[in-house]
Design a protein around this ligand. Sequence first.
Ligand code: CAA
Ligand code: NAP
Length: 245
Amino acid sequence: MAQKVALVTGGMGGIGTAICKGLAQAGFKVATTYSTPGKHEGWLEKMRAEGFDIFAVQCDVTSFDSCVEAAGKIKQALGAVSVLVNNAGITKDGRFQKMDKTAWDAVMSTNLDSVFNVTRQVIDDMCELGFGRVINISSINGQKGQFGQTNYSAAKAGMHGFTMALAQEVAKKGVTVNTISPGYIATEMVMAVKEEVRNQIIAGIPVGRLGHPEEIAALVAFIASDAAGFMTGANVAMNGGQHTC
Ligand code: CAA
Ligand code: NAP
């Protein structure tokens, strides 16, 4: 059987790298995006050294046109995408009363508009193939809200609204749409939080540690697999027991 193609946005970040490797190990041809010019060179070299052959294209997920162009290159190089992981994301934390429009817009467009911009490029092929997996990387903070994250919490909650609606539209075509809501995972995004605040957050995680990117990647690989065909419209939490709802 032909190898299926998986696309991971923001695949050169902490969680994205683990997802790219996990999907490659699960037998997918993997494509990823980067937005920072030049970022791909060292990363691809490192991946090759570890035995991973990953296709990378530059793409700004906040731009619909950039996503059209990137998706075209991926299809030409690898074939139609049947697994999409909407993983690219940013934070711009600050109390709402101090938050400016730039911080709001940047987080909404990178974390939520991106889901439309990228998914729109691949959904028709998934429906035609009769197999597809859209996996949206949301956050615990989209489920419970977080002090200093009105923008991020709104965008991440919005991702799951998208998941539940699209899941219903494409269910009969063999395409599933699911959300993963990770808790705090040890990547640069969390390391950017002030140490004192971060330590307080870690103290509130019942398991007593940050999550590992590989733990999220293992869940992505399951949802991407044939075995997960009956799972759609779901929001799966993996947060070290930090449930609040
Ligand atoms: N709950 C209640 N009050 C809080 C608070 C909290 N969690 N954090 C700060 N405050 C209060 C302070 O006690 C202080 O009160 P007083 O003025 O009465 O003394 C006031 O808020 C300080 O306000 P500032 O605007 O000056 O706050 P700051 O600049 O010191 O910090 C912040 C604000 C940057 C948002 C900081 O609180 C912070 O970093 N919070 C963590 C945000 C967070 O969890 N980000 C996650 C990033 S990783 C990620 O997002 C991945 C994922 O999906 C999990
Ligand atoms: P990260 O290491 O900072 O990676 C984020 C990735 O997003 C980077 O590869 C970055 O690529 C990409 N990106 C940012 N802006 C982009 C844009 N405009 N266009 C294209 N790509 C862009 O963060 P991470 O921790 O791995 O987070 C990955 C995802 O998991 C995010 O959606 C995040 O919100 C979510 N999440 C993280 C945690 C956590 O605790 N770490 C918890 C829950 C959810 P460039 O550098 O090339 O722009």
